[in-house]
Design a protein around this ligand. Structure first.
Ligand code: TRP
Length: 335
């Protein structure tokens, strides 16, 4: 069997990218675009389940597109597109829906969770979210999908729906997509409030957004949780102290990091000084990225060019698959 090196991943257009997204997801995308045939898209159809207002929807799509481009996604190396520019996706979704069963969809944990938290908006789009996601993936006959643990069940369903279609119509059209990661240690980017992973769900003060201005970064970092300082020499840092070291490790020089680690070991660390240094190093690191995001966001002509190129490349791949699927089903044009 030849290696399937087609990659698909969808990016939800929700809010700003933060440092955790950058060090986790985005960096992997940058590496993958050099090694695989990658389709990365902004999942704007998926975001409709929560009924965004039209202005917000467009702005959010534009913002993530600008952010990914600024981080280094290269429209010449990968196929970067907006989901709603591909009519082939909803068409395949419709075809797959005919073999997706209410019972199995109701058992999906993300659906159960949403049904519980938003009981007033349990729409059919929410129920069939995994079908749409399956269509996203198998429309390009992808083999690899870089997603986090929380998406594994959806990926399993993409395999189920693809296999079911193959079996129904005695065709070998859809390969089985597998979760992909580069292995090795994942860089862990902690939040600022002393908890675990940097995450928007813990509030804006917990995250460092790529677009945060210097003053905002200083404020957020100075307010980061620390502790009352070590009392015994060479004691292990508390979680909040370790978090500050971890953040420092991502943006500061090894010398700077060692300086503060030694101060901790010698019980004379001053967290205020550490945070000041961390804030300045963070600003140094993020300023070029922020400026690039702003430039790209403002450049409508460039964004238009990128979206058009992506749509063209993606449509070609999608249409080839869909033609096979239509044929297998028995659609035959009279004209
Ligand atoms: N459901 C994914 C998420 O919430 C986004 C997504 C939509 C996706 N379609 C996809 C991811 C296809 C990978 C492949 O993050």
């Amino acid at each position: 069997m030849t290696k399937n090196s087609i990659v698909v991943s969808g990016i939800r257009p929700t809010g700003n990218l933060h440092l955790g997204n950058y060090m986790g997801a985005v960096k992997n995308f940058l590496k993958m675009q050099n090694e695989y045939n990658c389709f990365f898209f902004i999942a704007d159809y998926h975001s409709l389940t929560t009924h965004p207002n039209p202005m917000d929807l467009h702005q959010n799509v534009r913002q993530v597109l600008a952010e990914y481009l600024a981080c280094g996604l290269d429209p010449e190396k990968c196929t970067l597109y907006i989901q709603s520019d591909l009519p082939q996706i909803p068409e395949l979704y419709l075809l797959l829906n005919m073999h997706a069963y209410k019972g199995e969809l109701e058992r999906v944990s993300s659906f159960k969770e949403k049904a519980r938290t938003q009981p007033d908006n349990i729409n059919a789009g929410l129920l069939t979210y995994p079908v749409l996601m399956a269509a996203d993936i198998i429309i390009h006959r992808a083999g690899l999908v870089p997603v986090g643990k929380d998406q594994e069940q959806h990926l399993e369903m993409a395999r189920t729906f693809g296999n079911r279609f193959n079996r129904m119509y005695s065709i070998d059209l859809f390969p089985e997509p597998q979760a992909f990661n580069y292995g090795g240690e994942l860089v862990k980017i902690p939040g600022l409030q002393g908890g675990g992973k940097m995450s928007k769900s813990d509030g804006d003060n917990n995250v460092i957004n790529l677009v945060d201005e210097p003053e905002k970064l200083r404020k957020k970092i100075m307010k980061a949780v620390s502790d009352s300082g070590p009392t015994e020499p060479n004691s292990a840092p508390s979680q909040s102290a370790q978090n500050l070291f971890d953040l420092m490790a991502t943006v500061s020089s090894p010398e700077t990091l060692n300086f503060f680690k030694e101060a901790h070991a010698n019980c004379n660390i001053r967290y205020g000084d550490l945070k000041k240094q961390l804030a300045e190093d963070m600003i140094q690191f993020l300023t070029p990225i922020r400026e690039k995001i702003q430039d790209i966001y403002a450049d409508e002509a460039y964004l238009g060019k990128v979206a058009k190129l992506g749509a063209e490349k993606a449509r070609e791949s999608a249409e080839a698959t869909l033609t096979e699927a239509r044929k297998a089903i028995g659609f035959k044009r009279f004209f």
